[in-house]
Design a protein around this ligand. Structure first.
Ligand SMILES: Cc1cc2nc3c(=O)[nH]c(=O)nc-3n(C[C@H](O)[C@H](O)[C@H](O)COP(=O)(O)OP(=O)(O)OC[C@H]3O[C@@H](n4cnc5c(N)ncnc54)[C@H](O)[C@@H]3O)c2cc1C
Length: 447
């Protein structure tokens, strides 16, 4: 079975890595792969390091929604660009990325939700995105067979889906064909620092001299940064997904209400999940950052399950070392691919919910289920910035559960920042210093 994840796939990019580069990118998820591709297109010599497999973590485990709808106003222009880039890159790669139209539709169960949706439409209009409100009758026509009658919906017809376990490895092959050195099964252990500046990276294979390093490490980013004295209040939560056996088509796009989310798959089933339901494993970072996350916990008090102990070797597990030397095994090699077991509670919740929503489907049979650790920031928008304290270090992380769709846009923006070009969008909101300079935490829309 090809999906969902690259746990047992052979290494496709064995290296070895060269001993120098213009830029080393750490982490080959959608952000790192896209940034490496565009850095190379800016004429820079790029090495992309991945401790496990390209897209082995979040970037192959997500729902595959390429969604402009509901985005933070400052993310939306980058997302509009990213949607265009997905189509362009799929053509350039010549490979099947599973891109398909169908739109994204959010169903409202209350007048309050309808008002929130209507309020967001101003941002769509400002960016020429085709989002619009729908009535109850229009929802019934769009997605026939649902047992619930909704108040209405917010819909963006130009939103798409992709199959992430196809799309991101295909992007990495495109980057490699164009000249990026991609090296899997090769952890970046530490930064090589000289005279207070980045001079390169120490990997498990040796040293790469490079004046610029970009960290796109997903759920591992804050562990890496803290070991170099850079604080970033990132946490990660487990999110569970399942794919059903083949079922009749009721709708081609992505659909979500406040409890369940589903989207059609190209194999004739549906990917289903419980929208806002997550598991948080409490570790030292969770303690340290709890106050920065209070508003999120307050807004959705029952959507997170707490666990006092995380499985061994997770980024924020109690036993995970916080400091290590470049000449010894690091936490990144101990966990090549972060592969959480799916939550049985979540599976029961959303499988039951899907079956109640579509009674004509009968009992829902699952083909497979999986989980991923979503890396989160307190305001649910990423950090796209240089590390002021360490010249030469750049950060592109904290994509907060919606980084697949925007990934190519994030990569393009980071590449231009690093190459010294204008990024083309206002990135003030994505500064690292917002968490330390007294800026009030302003969460993105929880839509
Ligand atoms: C269940 C689920 C559903 C989601 N649904 C959607 C969706 O529908 N739409 C959407 O837009 N987004 C969605 N997301 C979010 C999206 O998947 C992520 O935001 C995005 O994939 C993050 O990409 P990334 O490149 O930042 O991180 P990742 O994909 O996590 O990649 C980081 C990589 O860095 C590597 N790494 C870390 N440290 C090191 C090191 N020291 N050396 C070498 N390599 C290292 C890791 O092994 C990893 O492969 C979902 C996420 C999950 C888990």
């Amino acid at each position: 079975m090809q999906f969902p994840i690259h746990i047992a796939t052979p290494v496709a990019h064995p290296g070895p890595h060269p001993d120098s580069a213009d830029v080393v990118v750490i982490g080959a998820g959608v952000a790192g792969v896209s940034a490496a591709l565009f850095l190379n297109r800016r004429g820079l010599k790029v090495v992309l390091l991945e401790k496990g497999r390209v897209a082995g973590e979040q970037s192959s485990r997500n729902w595959g929604w390429i969604r402009q709808q509901g985005r933070d106003p400052d993310e939306l222009p980058i997302m509009v660009e990213a949607r265009r880039l997905w189509l362009q890159l799929a053509e350039e790669s010549g490979e099947d990325m599973g891109l398909a139209p169908g739109g994204v539709t959010y169903l409202a169960t209350s007048d309050k939700e309808m008002a929130q949706f209507e309020d967001w439409i101003q941002y769509a209009r400002a960016n020429d995105v085709d989002s619009h409100m729908m009535t109850t009758a229009e929802v019934d026509d769009l997605v026939p067979g649902m047992a619930t009658r909704y108040k209405g919906a917010l819909r963006t017809p130009s939103d798409m889906r992709g199959e992430p376990w196809l799309a991101v490895p295909a992007l990495a092959r495109l980057a490699a064909r164009e000249g990026v050195t991609v090296v899997e099964h090769c952890a970046a252990r530490t930064l090589d620092i000289s005279g207070g500046k980045v001079a390169g990276v120490v990997t498990e294979q040796g040293r790469i001299a490079a004046p610029q390093v970009l960290l796109t490490g997903g759920a591992w980013s804050s562990l890496f940064l803290r070991a170099h004295g850079v604080a970033m209040p990132q946490l990660s939560v487990r999110a569970t997904v399942a794919a059903t056996e083949q079922l009749p088509t009721v709708h081609e796009g992505g659909v979500a209400d406040d409890k369940i989310a589903f989207r059609r798959r190209n194999d004739g089933g549906y990917s289903i999940a419980a929208g806002g339901f997550h598991d948080l494993y409490i570790g030292p970072d969770a303690f340290r950052n709890v106050f920065k996350y209070l508003h999120v916990l307050g807004e959705h008090p029952f959507s997170t399950r707490y666990h006092l102990k995380s499985p061994a070797a997770y980024p924020d597990a109690w036993g995970t070392p916080r400091r290590w030397d470049g000449d010894r095994e690091s936490p990144f090699e101990r966990m090549r691919i972060l592969n959480p077991a799916p939550s049985k509670v979540a599976l029961k919740k959303f499988t039951g919910g899907f079956s109640r929503l579509f009674p004509e489907f009968g009992e829902i049979r699952l083909r497979t289920a999986w989980a991923g650790m979503i890396d989160l920031m307190p305001d649910t928008v990423p950090v796209l910035d240089r590390a002021e304290a360490l010249p030469g270090l750049w950060i592109g992380t904290g994509l907060s559960g919606h980084g697949f769709g925007i990934g190519p846009g994030i990569g393009r923006v980071l590449a231009d920042l690093i190459a010294g070009n204008a990024p083309g969008h206002d990135l003030t909101r994505f500064r690292l210093a917002r968490f330390s300079d007294g800026t009030p935490i302003r969460p993105g829309p929880a839509l």
